[in-house]
Design a protein around this ligand. Structure first.
Ligand code: ATP
Length: 239
């Protein structure tokens, strides 16, 4: 089966330093793939390159939604139009704008009636956002801001969602709630690439997983298998 997203030999860096040294990964349609690894391993850098925020130094990124196209180095807005949408680390909602205005930004390219239809779907999934549509996003709790960041991405009706550390800074109960929502997105046929430092939560929800160490894939496999790997349990699962 052709993967929805297929990465080969991806090399990324800042200034003179390479931080990702020619990695490969594949994301099957309708799956959740987790990319785990410690602080500074290069996870965020990989997501930024996939969404077009950073140009790869080498490598190929193939997107197979309909025909297969090479998208490495394409501009961020073109990649977003293809259906690849990132939810950034730290949410990055616009604090001085209302919840509704933040949501509208996720679908800036569609006409207002269509955006309204999409907003209804997002609010059905995140009822708490519905209660706060006219409030400034800066007043939301951390969990609500994460929901808003995900809701804003869903406004674009993405094929592939790139989630960067959705659990960051959130209480365990909220993390559970967010992860249940991520699972429900897969159940609806969306595909998810999930970057997490919370390895146990990420492996529990994922179908397949990659462990990244200092810019290289250290190991990969079915998520349940990766979760049982002694190196992973020792280094990332706090066992
Ligand atoms: P974290 O969970 O802390 O975000 P990460 O696995 O996502 O970790 P990256 O943020 O991708 O890691 O960082 C990978 C490496 O690139 C780190 O050594 C980091 O210091 C470096 N780096 C990240 N952003 C920049 C930047 N803008 N300029 C220079 N170096 C950077």
């Amino acid at each position: 089966m052709t993967a929805l997203l297929s990465v080969e030999g991806l090399r990324l860096g800042y200034a003179r330093a390479d931080v990702v040294h020619g990695i490969g990964l594949a994301v099957q349609r309708g799956s959740i793939v987790s990319l785990i690894g410690s602080n500074g391993a290069g996870k965020t850098t990989i997501l930024r390159s996939l969404s077009g925020l950073m140009k790869p130094r080498a490598g190929s990124v193939r997107w197979s939604h309909g025909e297969t196209v090479e998208i490495a180095g394409e501009a961020a807005h073109r990649i977003a139009r293809r259906g690849i949408v990132q939810v950034p680390e730290g949410r990055q909602v616009f604090a001085n704008m209302t919840v509704a205005e933040n949501l509208r930004l996720g679908a800036y390219h569609v006409a207002t009636p269509e955006a309204a239809r999409r907003q209804e779907a997002v609010v059905a999934r995140f009822p708490r956002l519905g209660e706060r549509l006219r409030q400034q996003a800066g007043y939301l709790s951390g969990g609500e801001q994460q929901m808003l960041a995900m809701g804003r991405a869903l406004m674009a009706e993405p094929v592939l969602l790139l989630l960067d550390e959705p659990s960051m800074g959130l209480a365990p109960l909220i993390v559970e709630e967010i992860f249940a929502i991520i699972a429900s997105l897969r159940a609806e046929g969306r595909t998810i690439l999930l970057v997490e430092q919370n390895a146990s939560a990420a492996l529990a929800i994922a179908d397949y997983a990659y462990v990244l160490e200092t810019g290289r894939i250290r190991l990969q496999g079915e998520a349940a298998e990766v979760a049982r790997n002694p190196e992973v349990t020792a280094a990332y699962l706090g066992v």
